[in-house]
Design a binder for this molecule. Structure first.
Ligand SMILES: C[S@@+](CC[C@H](N)C(=O)[O-])C[C@H]1O[C@@H](n2cnc3c(N)ncnc32)[C@H](O)[C@@H]1O
Length: 466
């Protein structure tokens, strides 16, 4: 318990420093947390069960979850759950295990977050695995291949047949929690056996000639393409199952998690209008009979919202979404449009005033250069107003909302997203407690928005108090 005291002491120091200079305090979460064995994070627990764009470094949630910013028995919430980093850290914290709610729009992310936080019976898992591999030998199982124009562009015919058979065999299994585990393993294979460039997060057809002839990268890419004409789907899947079994085992070994005392629940798909529904198979949400979120009920909200137009969550995960049958060509476009931070806006939409001067001024400046970009930025902040307002309502008195966000460049303007979100928070009734700045080192699969959109380098952590 002595180690815990260091977190509150550090938070006190950061607050004091911020109070004195009123600008972001530089602080390295990773270095601070790595001083103790119990906070060191790598491929531990289920963190690495599946890749996801802009995954949060676990050190930020663990830092705040280790402090008294949240009472021991309070519930935690992440309205932009992504692959579930906050949920996992919350239920597995070595000293304070807290229940955690999640909301996430991308069904693949919901599926990953669910599997990441669900303990399984290892014996049953092995039985299911045996059954699955026996099914793979059967001749009477028809492959389930997504109907998608250009599928041939992304997968060889041989890969399509093998993936289709594997998906059909997983569908045959009973018991959703176990099926979901195998679907996550299946999803991890998709890019590995595709014809998409493995070096670029959103799928782009691999052209080895793009790399310097004779370089090791060029040779690797040639091999990648050759291999993926006739990929060994079964062997890759087997390896993935083995690795993920080990991860789920370490989660299931935590007593409070395995006996359900500490639970993560993904309850809804849109944090602009949060409700409590029921997560069912394959990351789907049953909305019938959904309840409203109780006001003044959550102790701490920790979340990393999407970046303005900089992360292509839907595009980056589209091949997996299609193969899992979570979207078709039409609903894929709809999902992209609905995601906060989308680039899919209508140019004839109106700019809607946010009544936050700095945001409205920025949109008015951008509109002179690009109406489309101005609408994207405007929509992003209006969406974030809804989320922050809902978060305020959900939080208990004195509860905190911690936003982890990067800045952007839009049409040559530096957009201080963190400052604007803080202003939104203050306009709603939050008190800005402090802002911390950390360098991004391990946010996986970060993409540049476009040629002129600078790569996000710093992460800002805005602490708001109700
Ligand atoms: C930066 S990522 C979160 C990453 C997450 N912290 C993790 O560790 O994986 C932001 C997430 O917000 C989700 N999102 C975008 N619009 C949303 C909405 N309206 N409601 C809920 N989630 C949304 C995106 O799909 C994306 O997964």
């Amino acid at each position: 318990m002595a180690a815990i005291k260091n977190f509150d002491k550090k938070i006190g120091e950061l607050k004091l420093q911020y109070g004195k200079i009123n600008c972001p305090i530089v602080f390295n979460f990773r270095t601070f947390c790595s001083s103790w064995e119990w906070t060191k994070r790598s491929d531990v627990l289920t963190h690495h069960i599946h890749k996801y764009p802009a995954k949060l470094i676990p050190y930020i949630p663990i830092f705040f979850l280790s402090s008294q910013m949240c009472a021991k028995d309070d519930e935690v919430m992440d309205p932009f759950t992504g692959s579930g980093t906050v949920l996992l850290e919350s239920i597995t914290h070595p000293y304070f295990k807290r229940n955690c709610f999640g909301i996430e729009i991308n069904p693949l992310a919901r599926l990953i977050a669910k599997v990441k936080t669900t303990p399984l019976d290892l014996k049953k898992l092995q039985d299911k695995e045996e059954e699955l591999f026996l099914n793979l030998k059967r001749k009477d199982i028809n492959p389930i291949i997504p109907e998608y124009d250009n599928l041939d562009l992304w997968f060889s015919e041989n890969a399509q047949k093998k993936l289709g058979k594997l998906r059909a065999c997983i569908e045959e299994l009973k018991d959703d929690d176990y099926k979901d585990f195998f679907f996550v393993c299946f999803s991890s294979l998709i890019r590995k056996v595709s014809l998409a460039d493995p070096n670029i997060p959103p799928p782009v057809v691999l052209k080895p000639d793009k790399y310097k002839k004779g370089s090791s990268r060029y040779d690797e890419m040639k091999d990648f393409l050759k291999r993926n004409r006739i990929p060994n789907v079964k062997a890759l899947f087997k390896q993935c199952v083995k690795d993920n079994e080990r991860r789920v085992k370490s989660l299931s070994n935590i007593e409070d998690v395995s006996n359900g005392v500490a639970k993560a629940r993904i309850v809804w798909d849109d944090s602009r209008d949060p409700k409590i529904g029921r997560l069912v198979a394959k990351g789907n949400i049953e909305k019938k009979g959904a309840k409203v979120f109780k006001e003044n009920s959550i102790g701490l909200i920790i979340t990393s919202p999407p970046y303005i137009t900089a992360q292509k969550y839907v595009r980056t995960t589209k091949l997996e979404l299609l193969w899992l049958g979570l979207v078709d060509s039409k609903s894929l476009i709809e999902l992209d449009k609905e995601t906060i931070g989308t680039e899919k806006v209508k140019v004839d939409d109106n700019l809607v005033r946010t009544n936050i001067k700095i945001i409205d001024n920025l949109c008015n400046k951008i509109v002179d250069i690009s109406r489309e970009r101005a609408i994207m930025v405007n929509r992003y902040f209006n969406d974030m107003i809804l989320v922050i307002r809902n978060s305020y309502k959900m939080l208990k008195k004195d509860g905190r909302m911690i936003l982890i966000v990067g800045n952007n460049k839009v049409c040559g303007y530096n957009v201080k997203t963190y400052g604007m979100l803080a202003e939104i928070g203050e306009s709603i009734g939050f008190r800005k407690e402090m802002v911390i700045k950390d360098r991004i080192r391990s946010r996986g699969m970060i993409t540049k928005r476009h040629k002129k959109g600078g790569l996000i380098e710093d992460e800002y952590i805005v602490v708001l108090q109700k």
